[in-house]
Structure formats: C-alpha cells, structure tokens
Design a protein around this ligand. Sequence first.
Ligand SMILES: [Mg+2]
Length: 460
Amino acid sequence: MPGRILVVDDVATNRLILKAKLAAAYYDVLEADCGQAAFDSARTEQPDVILLDIMMPDMDGYTVCEMLKANPETSHIPVVMVTASSAPKERIRGLSVGADDFLVKPINDMALFARVRNLLRVKMMFDELKLRDTTSRELGLPEFLESFDEDALPKDTVMLAPASKLQGEVWRSEISKMPGVEILGTCDEHEALNMARLEEPDAIIVHQRHIEDGDSLRLISAMRARPETRQAVMIYVVSDGAIETAANALDLGASDYVLEPFEPEELTIRLRTQLRRKHHSDKLRSNMRDGLKMAVIDPLTGLYNRRYATQHMQKIVNRARDSESEFAVMMLDLDNFKRINDIQGHEAGDMVLQEFSHRIQENVRGVDLVARMGGEEFLVVMPDAGAMVAKHVSERLRRAVNSKPFVTKAGEEINITVSIGVAIGKPSDDEPEKLVKCADQALYEAKAGGRDLVSFHEAA
Ligand SMILES: [Mg+2]
C-alpha cells in the first residue's frame, strides 16, 4: 500500500530512525523538525498520515494537532502522536484534540506498521468515496443532500463483547453516558456472531479474552467479512500491553484498539471518533447511491431516463437473441401536449406527464421497461412479446389515456389522447437504435393518421 508519511520530531536522530523504518517498507517519507514546519508541510504536501512528536520547543504536539484538525485543508489527515509517556491522561488529552492514536517510544515496529496500514486504508476509502461523491454531484445531485445534520441521526447501537459480566457493567455504565447511543447488551461468546448478525450494530466492542481460548481475533475478522457488520465500528480491547495482538487486530479489520489499563473515558472518546467517521462515510455512500439514481431516473415522473433506457435496451436485445424470442418496442407521444402547457400552464402539464406515467405503469408488466425519453415522449419495451401481445397492450394503453380525463389540482378536467408507434424486434435484431427509429416512424404514421391511434411498423 503506497503512502506519504510526514514524520515530525525536533530531534534529528528520532526522525532518521523512523524514516529508515518507513522507507524500508516503501513509504514515501517527509520530515518536519518543529510544529510550524509540520503544519506548513501538511497543508502543502498533503501527506496521508502524520506521526507527531509531543515534546517540541516551538509548540507541543497537542497544539499542532489542534491546528491541523481546525484547518479544513488538513483536518482529514490522520495523526498518530508519538510520546515517551504512556500515561492514560496524556492519551485522553491527545485523543480529545483529534489524534487517532498513540505510539510510545521506543516504537514497536509491528504496532507502527499495523496502525499506518489501518489509517491508510481508512484514508483511501474516504478519498475514493469523496471522488465518487464528486462524480455523483457532477451528474446533477440536488442540494438537499448537502445538508448533514448530525443531531438528526438515529441512535447508534453498540454491542458489547467483554471478557466478564463485571467488565461488561463497567463498559455499559461509561458508554451509556454518551448521548445518542443505545447499548444492545452484553453477550457471551456463543451469542456474539448471532447478535451481530441479527441486530446489525453500528459499533462492536470486543475484549481480547471475550473468547476463552483467545481467538477473539477470529471474531473480528469474521464480523468484518459479513455483510451485516462490514461497515460497523470495531474496537478491540487488549490486556497486559499485548501491543502485537492489537496490531494483528487492526490488520484483521478492527477500526481501533484500546490497551488496558485505560481510563473509561478513553474508550468513549475512541468510540465517538470512530462513530463520527462512520457517519461521514455512511453519508458519502448514500449520497453516491442517490447520485447514481439521479443519473438514471427522470425526476418528474420517477421513470428511467433516456440514458438508462438506451443501455437497458441493449440487454433486452441480447437476451432476445439468446432465447430466440421477439420483443416489442413502443414509442408513445401525448397528442397536442404543447397546448396544455400553453393554456393550462406548466404545472398542469407536469401533472399530466406524471399521471400518464402512472397509467402506463399500471398497464404493463413488471418486466417491461418504461422510460421517459424527453418532453412528452415515452418508451415501453416488452421482452418476450410478439405482435399479438403488443397490439393488445398498446390498445389498452391508448384507452387508458382517452377513457378518462386527467384532473388538475384545481379540479380542472383535461381530455387528452396518445399516439403509439410499435416495432417488433426479432432475435436477429442487434441494434436497439434501429428499432426505436422504426417505432418512431410508426408513431409518425399514427400522428399523420389523425392521432389517438396505434400504428405498427411494417417490417420490410
Ligand atoms: Mg521531542
């Protein structure tokens, strides 16, 4: 995994040692010898991870971290604080200013690399999601998706898998102080996987000795692999400074770990940081889904748009060839629609288009493709349908329009008719555009023949 790492330390020897380790693992290493240089380099060089010394002459690591997190150009870059002391109070202070983790000097290589890999993975996921989010926006995402109100989020559910009942009670009493969090309850080793699957928790806290034979690492990797818990926050609690086990947990998919003994507050701070990160990525993911939807759906009628229809028709053509079956292509066009917009106004026009879409959908099968091609022109493609079925359905569609008036919000009744052109595709037809053209020609004939008609394209 490539990555650019900024090493910040006022002592040249310390920088050299870290740089040698990281460069040997093929990371690209940048250096800074004081807080100000670190901040400047983070802004201009945009490293993927920052390893930040705490004790420095110009300003301490906490201050640098606060500055980085307060600046939108650097707030997304993960920070690992490097410290000589492992006092829990210091950890809490660092986590409170936004640090992602702590490494104690002399640095354990396994812990260093596992954490760097973990943070790079997280950052790459975010970069990728942001990129796709941007693409969705460029495809035309409405502005309401911009707003992101953290207070309006539903409660986060947290599942506890402690080493003992007593420990579970301690965790519960601390975590239940967090606003917006609901605890799903503690569970024993047999329940853990089941509960995770059924309840789909937002976060799971697992103790190293939750499973007696010490195989709780397997639980972590199993939960990470399952669809129900793939996106869940997983925090691994490790006893007796088992830093290498913690490092393994990160590589197997844990989001974070806590080393015992810890202040209960440390667990909640780490949990909150991870949950915030999850909210952010969930939001980006759902933006992306909405964005993709926007790209293929016509917003007025909720039908597929021309872009989707063109692509999907190719699939119908291929399937017809494979199954040696016919399929029907219909172009529908509301008669004298312009007059409605001109006389009754656009709002009435939009209502007619929506109601028309509705009537089409009520009169075709679920497998049929219905799309708005633009303006008052619609397409229906029916797989596995020959001339007989097409004739029956197109007549039904025509009657569904002319048999009862469209009613505006104001209660005004509008009588309207539709003209329909039909072409029947053969298994040998491999160009969807050609069939649409044939249906278009038939539609023209229906219009020329006096409207409110169905016309079939006569194959040569
Ligand atoms: Mg120092």
